[in-house]
Design a protein around this ligand. Structure first.
Ligand code: AMP
Length: 206
């Protein structure tokens, strides 16, 4: 079971992803977390993306696709993945489809956490006070929200055309949202993973 958690920044994707990791044994792949880890470790990649992230822009497709590709490669026996904050552009979504297809897998469902911009701005002010993430400061966050509307929202028709998109009210409390997400997963099989296909099954079908 491969799930894309979709929604604007601060919609609650990370919170819901972490619950699914615990409850269903799926692996969370958050490109935002990976990039922050690279920065904290002071790697070349971290230095390369620091300014882009701090100004609320999107890192290049090439970089984030490579990060995801590496994780898929490193976890061949995963029960399934939760993509959190990825894909954020149509090019990323196409690359993800191709990459999963090459492994005999696919995106099974896309859950959109719907939260209005005003609520997001209220949430983010609180998160900024609590966690002090540089890119959560109101001016930068506004840019992140703009990038979502400009580059990421166009993915909705992409997944909707494939019949994979389900919308969930992300304004409700965490438990209620978790219940709604669980119902979506349960209608796509049992919400647990199909085992990735073996090399031979991929080669010869089945
Ligand atoms: P997030 O924590 O998911 O909101 O990501 C924080 C920042 O990392 C974003 O504002 C972008 O600068 C960068 N980033 C994370 N994921 C992506 C992605 N899939 N594509 C481009 N940039 C990303």
């Amino acid at each position: 079971m491969n799930l894309v958690l979709f929604g604007p920044p601060a919609a609650g994707k990370g919170t819901q992803a972490k619950r699914l990791v615990e409850e269903r044994g799926l692996i969370q792949l958050s490109t935002g977390d990976m990039l922050r880890a690279a920065r904290a470790a002071g790697t070349e990649l971290g230095q390369q993306v620091a300014e882009i992230m701090d100004t609320g822009q999107l890192v290049s497709d090439e970089i984030v696709i490579a990060l995801i590709e590496e994780q898929l490669e490193n976890n061949p026996n995963a029960a399934g993945f939760i993509f959190d904050g990825f894909p954020r552009t149509v090019a990323q979504a196409e690359a993800l489809d191709a990459s999963l297809k090459a492994r005999g897998q696919k995106v099974d469902c896309v859950v959109r956490l719907c939260v209005e911009d005003e609520s997001i701005m209220t949430r983010i002010t609180k998160r900024f006070e609590e966690q002090g993430r540089t890119d959560d400061n109101p001016a930068t966050f506004k840019k992140r929200l703009d990038a979502y509307h400009k580059n990421t929202a166009p993915l909705l028709p992409y997944y909707s055309a494939q019949g994979k998109l389900t919308e969930v009210n992300g304004m409700a409390d965490i438990e209620t949202v978790a219940g709604a997400v669980a119902r979506v997963l349960d209608t796509h099989g049992n919400g647990k993973a199909e085992k990735p296909k073996s090399f031979w099954a991929r080669l010869f079908g089945g």
